[in-house]
Design a protein around this ligand. Structure first.
Ligand SMILES: NC(=O)C1=CN([C@@H]2O[C@H](COP(=O)(O)OP(=O)(O)OC[C@H]3O[C@@H](n4cnc5c(N)ncnc54)[C@H](O)[C@@H]3O)[C@@H](O)[C@H]2O)[C@@H](O)CC1
Length: 488
């Protein structure tokens, strides 16, 4: 797993480190890493020597990084020009270093550049780009590469125009092909609209210590999910692998039952029980499932999934109440979230002692929290988790998992291929299976989101790419193959 820290926490760590090092060491390390990455990008596009590099230099240290990196590229034969966005406040030593090796400073945007290095703003950015910085960014699309086409863009630390701590993008922004970031990830590189502007993210080690404060977010990796995933042993049987129950679907929405069951069958449990109105359809499609009409008649399970396509009528409310009253972990999804948001059922949620995961998308989040998540999705998910005392899985391009204790995860495997009806049901079923198999609620939620994302990508790949018309059954089918690759 990797951590993303907030700008203020990174700054505090840098300030503690700076007095222990010769002056300028951190910036030199940053610039060296930045120049190395720029050189390799240029090498892949015809070479460093003679390449036209345009540095966009803001008023702070982010511009200083760009200037020093530019000096390194100039000394390797690149033609480096620095556009000073705030000429009287540009990093003086960095500018002198660039000039010493033949680089030039300008105040107008040139017409041609093969590479743009965006050092306008980094972690010191406050609010949307203003003044000269905003003007420069608006005119960037007019710059062309020597051979035609658009220049390749490398962002320094974060793309200029993003909110470093939330990933919000409110005004003009410099979209990057590559972002070279220093020391560690920042929230804007893992969550929010900013993610789509960062391109490929490279972390350069500048010797920053592991920060003692809680990260803004953790980003899981495949190795984490592999480590957590329950394994089969010779002693495994259908009961000790866990039994998951699904109180999902209804006569009006039979497909939701089928999709949630398909998700559960992709998980690690040894048995899936279904309790609901469409048991016949479920068993026809999935003969291994053990059916019942109601939660109360379903027999023992180690976790429940409730809500997908359940409806919001009196019967649905009774089934949700039965699930919330059961002393086992539960996933509360879709219609069950709507039911929770009116009436007294939310007090049932607070009284539960077994782990609970709620899985809202933005509109369901608004029903639970009273408002949409807003631009700071990490904070919104964390607040709701603390308020309800449950794990919140806030769905999105970068799904967030927040615990009541304040630990936050951002899933990196999301894909637009999953933006189709029924994929949420598959996720809920899979998550229930992981809970029933004994994973702690936050790990179960993170592992489910991660694997579900991989399944979405695999389904799209099989159909020919990200824009293929993926359906929820495609995702469920791909899920079992993805899970098979998790084996140690
Ligand atoms: N602190 C350190 O020791 C290190 C910092 N590094 C670099 O330093 C950067 C942070 O430097 P700074 O704190 O100087 O901050 P920035 O370089 O991000 O810029 C801050 C300046 O930009 C202006 N500004 C802020 N918001 C603006 C807006 N919305 N529109 C227009 N202008 C705006 C402010 O006047 C301020 O002077 C990091 O992102 C990283 O690139 C690296 O060199 C590594 C070491």
């Amino acid at each position: 797993m990797r951590a993303a820290w907030r700008a203020a926490d990174i700054r505090a760590a840098e300030e503690a480190l700076i007095p222990t090092l010769p002056p300028g060491t951190l910036m030199q390390r940053a610039a060296a890493g930045l120049a190395r990455r720029c050189a390799s990008v240029l090498a892949a596009r015809g070479g460093v020597y003679g390449a036209r590099v345009l540095l966009l230099v803001g008023a702070g240290n982010n511009g200083g990084d760009a200037l020093y990196a530019g000096a390194r590229l100039a000394s390797r034969g690149a033609a480096v020009t620095a556009l000073l966005v705030a000429p009287d406040r540009a990093h003086a030593e960095g500018l002198a270093a660039l000039r010493a090796v033949g680089g030039r400073a300008v105040t107008e945007l040139p017409a041609v550049a093969d590479m743009i290095v965006d050092g306008i703003l980094g972690s010191g950015a406050r609010g949307p780009l203003r003044g000269a910085a905003a003007d420069v960014v608006e005119n960037l699309p007019g710059v062309r590469a020597s051979a035609g086409g658009r220049p390749v863009v490398v962002a320094v630390d974060v793309p200029s125009g993003v909110d470093v701590n939330t990933g919000q993008v409110e005004g003009p922004v410099v979209p990057a092909d590559v972002t070279v970031t220093f020391g560690c990830l920042k929230p804007a590189l893992v969550v929010g609209a900013a993610v789509t502007y960062a391109g490929h993210v490279d972390v350069v080690d500048i010797g920053l210590p592991w920060l003692a404060v809680r990260p803004a977010a953790w980003v899981p990796e495949l190795s984490d999910v592999r480590r957590w995933w329950p394994t089969l042993t010779p002693a495994s049987d259908k009961y000790n692998r866990g039994v998951v129950g699904l109180a999902t679907g209804s006569s009006a929405f039979p497909g939701a039952a089928l999709m949630s069951v398909a998700g559960a069958l992709g998980g690690p449990t040894g048995m899936v029980r279904y309790a609901g109105q469409v048991a016949d359809e479920v068993v026809r499609a999935h003969p291994s499932v053990v059916p019942a009409g109601r939660v109360a008649d379903a027999g023992r399970v180690q976790a429940w999934v409730c809500g997908c396509g359940l409806g919001t009528d009196r019967r649905a409310g009774e089934e949700l109440r039965a699930v919330l009253g059961a002393p086992v972990p539960a996933v509360i999804d879709a219609d069950a979230l709507t039911l929770l948001s009116h009436g007294d059922l939310s007090s049932w949620l607070r009284q539960r002692e077994a782990p609970t995961v709620v899985t809202p998308h933005d509109r369901e989040f608004a029903r639970l929290a009273g408002d949409q998540p807003g631009p700071d999705r990490l904070a919104a998910a964390t607040e709701l988790a603390a308020q309800l005392g449950v794990v919140v899985l806030l769905k999105g391009d970068r799904t967030i998992v927040a615990t009541p204790e304040g630990t936050v995860w951002v899933n990196p495997t999301g894909t637009p291929a999953l933006a189709t009806a029924g994929t949420g049901d598959v996720l809920a079923g899979l998550l229930g299976s992981l809970l029933a198999a004994g994973l702690p609620a936050d790990r179960a939620a993170v592992a489910a989101a991660f694997t579900h994302g991989l399944a979405g990508r695999a389904a799209a790949d099989r159909l020919g790419g990200e824009h293929a018309p993926v359906t929820a059954p495609d995702v469920a089918a791909a899920l079992r193959e993805v899970v098979a690759t998790l084996a140690p």
